[in-house]
Design a protein around this ligand. Structure first.
Ligand code: COA
Length: 258
């Protein structure tokens, strides 16, 4: 069914592979359409507890938006393209299920923006991050100017945005852009292990953490008020009763996501 994505479900973790290795997994309109479809499926499916996004091949996570689609585009068309990209990446950022980027090579332009829209990032040591749009006379359009500042701070983000300078995985880790650096061979296993731990927790509580942490960056929301609300909501869940009882009874929890 999917032309540009490969979907690999295993033990509650759906690995979504951007599958255009010959074009370094550049994001064309079909990738966005299909990412939207996958996000629908992730929301609906009770079998999918969390998601990994990665790129096909050994060279690239995603080398950016597909530049071939930019030629001859009008201002209005370009704005619609940026809006479509921002909307898809906002869906990833606001997903109630954890979505993690496993960055296996170049994460440039839209690729860096895709990785930044995920809840966090794990990188292989050959990963390279950058926003090279100024090389093309462009600026990032899929949220890069905003999320890069959020994740690494304004000074370094300004430098990377203006210079198109690429950073390697270790520098990305030092800047807080990625949580772990692994070998290329262990990248997916390492990412899966983190998600297995997260998947063993109460799903509604995990969703509450995502919602409250995202509110920090949403001016329309009062994050502290939202935290109070989510804290209260947790008391209405079966999993909270199970979690507290299991602790007091010194036994393992069995969460149902209710
Ligand atoms: N859009 C469309 N096609 C892309 C692409 C992109 N963002 N990035 C790479 N490709 C294509 C190349 O055109 C090439 O296709 P071809 O074999 O049909 O000529 C193929 O992917 C392999 O890329 P190539 O440039 O030959 O690999 P490389 O190892 O020499 O260089 C990069 C790797 C990542 C440095 C280089 O591909 C690059 O600079 N890509 C664009 C990055 C960018 O500016 N992204 C932001 C876009 S807004």
């Amino acid at each position: 069914m999917y032309q540009t994505l490969l979907l690999l479900p295993e033990n509650g973790i759906l690995t979504v592979v951007i599958n255009r290795a010959d074009k370094l997994n550049a994001l064309n309109k079909d990738v966005f359409t299909e990412l939207n479809l996958v996000l629908d499926e992730v929301e609906k499916s009770s079998a999918i507890k969390s998601v990994i996004i990665t790129g096909a091949g050994s060279k690239a996570f995603v080398a950016g938006a597909d530049i071939t689609e930019f030629k001859g585009m009008s201002k209005e068309e370009a704005m619609a393209v940026a809006k479509r990209g921002q909307d898809v990446f906002a869906r990833i950022e606001n997903s109630s299920k954890p979505i993690v980027a496993a960055v296996n090579g170049f994460a440039l332009g839209g690729g860096c923006e895709l990785a930044m829209s995920c809840h966090f990032r794990v990188a292989a040591e050959n990963a390279k991050f950058g926003q090279p749009e100024v090389n093309l006379g462009l600026i990032p359009g899929y949220g890069g100017t905003q999320r890069l500042v959020q994740l690494i701070g304004k000074g370094k983000a300004m430098e990377l945005l203006m210079s198109a300078h690429m950073i390697d995985a270790n520098e990305a880790k030092a800047l807080g852009l990625v949580n772990y650096v692994t070998t290329p061979e262990t990248l997916l296993d390492h990412t899966r292990k983190i998600l297995e731990t997260i998947n063993s927790k109460a799903p509604l509580a995990v969703a509450g953490c995502i919602k409250a942490a995202n509110a920090v960056y949403d001016e329309s929301k009062d994050g502290y008020a939202l935290e109070i609300e989510e804290f209260g909501n947790a008391f209405d869940t079966e999993d909270m009763k199970e979690g507290v009882s299991a602790f007091l009874e010194k036994r393992k929890t069995t969460f149902t996501g209710k």
